[in-house]
Design a binder for this molecule. Structure first.
Ligand code: PLP
Length: 382
């Protein structure tokens, strides 16, 4: 298990070798060579000097180095978005005729990727309830890939990743998990045996709602495969300026997560005594082995007496919007996602109550947030 103070030190240690505290933003598309021989040698793979920013860039490399260390892994690769990372990772490890086992309540656009893009390529996808992955040791037999999320999206169900990774290894199945909710501060799936860890860095890693980015973390071999097969060819490369912002954000990740957790605890303590809230979905420390904290993203099922529209309109500190993980508090009524136009709606597929509201608790004063939430709840029933 990791040690929190160690992670804090790691995230705040400047890179050696630049002579600067922050990494320079190497805003260039290409890198030139001194002479013919060094150019040819680089292309033949005899050096690892950067060539072209779609593949390699020193500012991006600094973010990747920090993320790999934070997750306790050998390597990481940055992407222009979480979906860029997820698509590149899945497509590097799956071929026509193979099968993917995916957890129910997977992130909505991952579900769309699997159904609209991956399945038509001749790949079978089965969705299993989250408990089945740990309770059925042979569930994964015959699959090439297990795609996991713990906690899952919207309903925040959790699994014992260590146990599932063990089952997967016995059947030779590659495992991937989306760790955007917990971040390496609260969960390090690589240390639990999961092969590849994925993040939407647009959420807590970025933390300031000013960047869309993603990252995949894993062994040198697994990340090398993504670097060879999909990163350069699908081309969803992380930009140097975005990588600079993310590196800056990582300096405070542990502090922000502590505050998100304190506010979430403040809410969870009170929500249990709130008759207008039927159920709270907010896994906390030790809900499953390896999970060491509660993030600020939770969801609630409001009593049928609460008019969700009136509740939402009565909020004043909480804003209405998608995404999460920033400094600002947000509310997302499930109905907004349930009524999203187009096919392949994960919330319809897996079933989510229209009385559900997801809250992203930001960095505002916890009591101010609770008062805002509570007065809106009252307004919603009047
Ligand atoms: C937002 C999100 C993603 C997608 O990330 P983008 O950066 O928006 O592409 C993936 N997984 C989860 C759990 C998310 O919430």
């Amino acid at each position: 298990m990791h040690d929190d103070s160690k992670l804090a030190t790691l995230l705040t240690t400047p890179a050696a070798g630049h002579g600067t505290v922050t990494p320079p933003i190497v805003q260039t598309s290409l890198f030139t060579f001194q002479d013919y021989d060094s150019f040819v040698a680089r292309m033949a793979g005899q050096s690892d000097a950067p060539v072209y920013t779609r593949v390699q860039n020193p500012t991006v490399a600094e973010f990747e180095r920090l993320m790999a260390q934070a997750e306790g892994a050998e390597a990481a690769v940055g992407f222009a978005s979480g979906m860029g990372a997820i698509a590149a990772a899945i497509m590097a490890f799956i071929q026509p005729g193979q099968r993917i086992a995916c957890v129910e309540h997977v992130y909505s656009d991952t579900y769309r990727l699997l159904e609209r893009t991956i399945r038509p390529m001749g790949i079978e996808i089965d969705y299993h309830p989250i408990n089945a992955f740990e309770e059925q040791p042979d569930l994964l037999k015959g699959y090439a890939l297990a795609y996991l999320e713990s906690p899952s999206s919207i309903v925040m169900q959790v699994m014992n990743l260590q146990q599932v990774a063990e089952h997967a290894r016995r059947h030779g199945v590659v495992t991937m998990t989306d760790n955007s909710w917990a971040t390496p501060v609260f969960q390090q799936p690589r240390r639990l045996g999961v092969d590849i860890v994925l993040h939407s860095a647009s959420k807590y890693i970025g933390g300031h709602s000013d960047t869309v980015a993603g990252v995949a973390v894993g062994s040198a071999e697994h990340i090398g495969r993504i670097r060879d097969l999909t990163l350069p060819l699908l081309g969803a490369k992380l930009a140097p300026f975005e990588a600079f912002l993310l590196t800056r954000s990582l300096r405070t990740l542990h502090l922000r997560m502590e505050r998100h957790q304190a506010t979430a605890n403040h809410f969870v303590d009170r929500l249990g005594q709130e008759p207008l809230v039927r159920q709270t979905h907010s896994p906390g420390a030790n809900a499953v082995p390896g999970l060491t904290g509660r993030s600020g993203l939770l969801s609630l099922e409001l009593d049928p007496d609460v008019d969700v529209a009136r509740f939402c309109n009565a909020l004043s500190i909480f804003r209405l919007g998608v995404s999460w993980g920033g400094f600002e508090s947000l509310a997302l009524p499930a109905q907004a996602s349930l009524s999203q136009a187009g096919q392949f709606n994960s919330m319809q597929r897996f079933g989510v109550s229209p009385q559900l509201v997801r809250l992203s608790l930001g960095l505002e004063d916890p009591e101010d947030l609770w008062c805002d939430f509570h007065q809106a709840l009252q307004m919603g029933t009047n």
